[in-house]
Write a new protein. Structure first.
Length: 148
């Protein structure tokens, strides 16, 4: 009964259980009030949830990088952290350096390995939803993919 084509590869039939859930936001207003640490800004916004049609194959590809990216981040964190500690002799400096290096390594992996692989396969990244027509219409009208 469901014959929607997968948004990400545009070839295979999408399956409901593999749909990718994505919420987009539209700012309603901002208010300033007094908080414990000074002036506090609160923003109210609308949100809309979308289920992006996805096939089993794309769902598997989208899930693949999480494990290696996590391992890379951990290994780089441990190496750069202990390397920094031998020089800085302060554990918090080592932790901060480790976290920064871990994030850089993980981002590099996503850009250099994962996104390259998706490109070769002709699959869009899970969060690349700007061409999905119902979402696109809203994004053109001021909606955002991150909380305002
Ligand atoms: Zn697909």
């Amino acid at each position: 009964m469901n014959t929607t084509t997968c948004y990400y590869c545009n070839t295979q039939a999408a399956e409901a259980r593999y749909a990718f859930k994505k919420i987009i936001y539209n700012k309603l207003d901002s208010n300033y009030g007094l908080g414990l640490t000074g002036i506090k800004k609160t923003t109210r916004y609308y949100e809309k949830e979308f289920l992006i049609p996805r096939c089993a194959n794309c769902a598997i590809e989208h899930g693949k990088p999480n494990k290696p990216a996590g391992i890379i981040a951990l290994v780089v964190f441990a190496i750069s952290g202990s390397f920094t500690y031998t020089f800085a002799k302060r554990w918090y400096v080592a932790v901060i350096a480790g976290i920064i290096c871990g994030i850089v390594a993980m981002s590099s992996y996503f850009i250099l390995v994962y996104h390259k692989r998706l490109k070769t396969l002709g699959i869009k990244d899970a969060n690349n939803i700007k061409d999905f027509s119902p979402v696109k219409d809203l994004l053109d009208n001021g909606w955002q993919t991150i909380k305002p």
